[in-house]
Design a protein around this ligand. Structure first.
Ligand code: ACO
Length: 385
């Protein structure tokens, strides 16, 4: 029997494979995609360029980017049966359930589902990348009883995403905050959803199955679901002045404070300063909205920034636990006009790049992922004893 001291609950600290896609270094508080610091990428590259880098290992040439961009723009519209599948789900369903269902239909539609070659998997990854924004936008609009907005192929990924969701052209500050969030969320080594995608791939199931499973793993509030939970916390607290009292009560009840803490980073998440700056710039621009794209008073943005800092400072003082990326992205997505429950599907739109890169990497040197467990149930017994 395995000694209990060998058990690594939650696989904490266990290195299960190698990867050349990204490097998370908690000692230096850094995150590298294919060797490049994520802050540098977020400062100057489009999400399309970063997606290519994550998939291919190198930045695209001008010609490669132009061809990829053309394919992405051509792949933005949803097939009728995907729209029909979304329409069959109730508007009371969580948007993550809708995205999971729609991606499953995309897998059923895809002509290359059964082809596991790298070439086919890249083509499928690009098609998912192009289609997911339309799913998220379609779902948010139908919940508000609004007509579908057709994609615009004169707009880049981020601007088109916001265009399809809200039906008007985003401000530069809005497009910028959104682009930065996509770049920062795109990849993060063996996190729970990516590991899920690798487990599914290790059985030689297809890429869409791996992505559907990863969406399920991302939904939980200990992982991607935290970005929406952060907004729920802000709504619960109300204003900056209530932050300390709210935190004292929540910690006394032993609640986990959403948007704080991380399995790997114990002294701050490397992505937070970049996303926080994008959130604050959006507020400074004055060009923000409320949930569902609603108009909100001009002081809504500064109020959220004040609450953001008061709660983070209080958490640092009381528990020395720092925010993770979901903490600044939650209020930023709110001020972009997304419904709170749509925040985690936005994480899907970004992380699909990392998931699919890991699917391809897993297949390059596959081994079935099948850990052991220590049995602690009843000793052998027999019917009738
Ligand atoms: N609120 C309150 N206490 C916390 C928090 C938190 N957010 N995070 C950690 N702690 C405490 C734990 O209660 C534990 O205290 P204890 O030693 O007294 O029991 C200690 O810090 C260590 O925490 P663990 O839960 O062991 O850390 P673990 O690595 O397992 O958890 C996790 C990481 C799940 C992210 C945790 O910090 C958490 O639940 N955070 C809230 C959810 C969240 O924001 N998730 C997003 C993750 S990042 C992302 O997906 C982009």
């Amino acid at each position: 029997m395995t000694d209990t001291t060998d058990i690594k609950k939650g696989l904490a600290g266990v290195v299960v494979d190698t990867t050349s896609i990204s490097k998370v270094n908690p000692e230096t508080n850094s995150l590298l995609y294919r060797g490049y610091p994520v802050q540098e990428l977020a400062a100057s590259l489009s999400y399309e360029q970063v997606a290519w880098l994550i998939w291919h290992g190198e930045l695209p040439s001008e010609a490669e980017l132009a061809e990829f961009t053309a394919r992405e723009r051509a792949g933005r519209a949803l097939a009728d049966n995907v729209k029909a599948a979304i329409d069959l789900t109730p508007t009371s369903a969580h948007p993550m359930d809708v995205v999971r269902t729609a991606v499953s239909v995309l897998g059923a539609n895809d002509p290359q589902t059964a082809d596991a070659s790298r070439e086919a998997n890249l083509a499928k990854s690009e098609r998912l990348f192009a289609a997911i924004p339309a799913i998220v936008a379609y779902d948010q609009r139908r919940r508000h009883g609004l007509d579908v907005v057709a994609p615009r192929d004169d707009l880049d990924y981020s601007r088109n995403f916001l265009w399809m969701t809200f039906g008007d052209e985003p401000s530069d500050a809005a497009a910028e905050a959104f682009r930065v969030s996509m770049v920062l969320y795109a990849e993060h080594s063996f996190n729970a959803s990516t590991f899920t995608a690798r487990v599914v791939t290790s059985t030689l199931a297809d890429l869409h199955s791996a992505v559907v499973a990863a969406i399920g793993a991302l939904k939980g509030p200990l992982h991607g679901g935290a970005n929406e939970a952060v907004m729920d916390v802000f709504d619960e607290i109300g204003s900056a002045d209530g932050a300390e009292a709210w935190l004292d009560a929540a910690l006394a009840e032993k609640r986990k404070i959403m948007g704080f803490g991380h399995r790997v980073y114990k002294n701050g998440d490397s992505r937070v300063p970049t996303m926080q700056a994008a959130f604050e710039k959006l507020v400074e621009s004055g060009e923000f909205r409320g949930a569902g794209g609603a108009e909100v008073p001009a002081d809504r943005g500064p109020e959220l920034v004040a609450l953001y800092h008061r709660l983070a400072d209080a958490m640092d003082a009381k528990k020395s636990i720092k925010p993770n990326l979901d903490y600044p992205s939650g209020p930023a997505y709110h001020l972009l006009g997304f419904d709170t429950k749509t925040f985690t599907p936005l994480f899907v739109a970004a992380r699909v790049v990392g998931w699919t890169a890991h699917v391809m990497e897993q297949l390059e040197a596959n081994a079935l992922i099948r850990p052991l467990s220590q049995y602690v149930g009843p000793d052998e017994r027999h019917l009738g004893e």
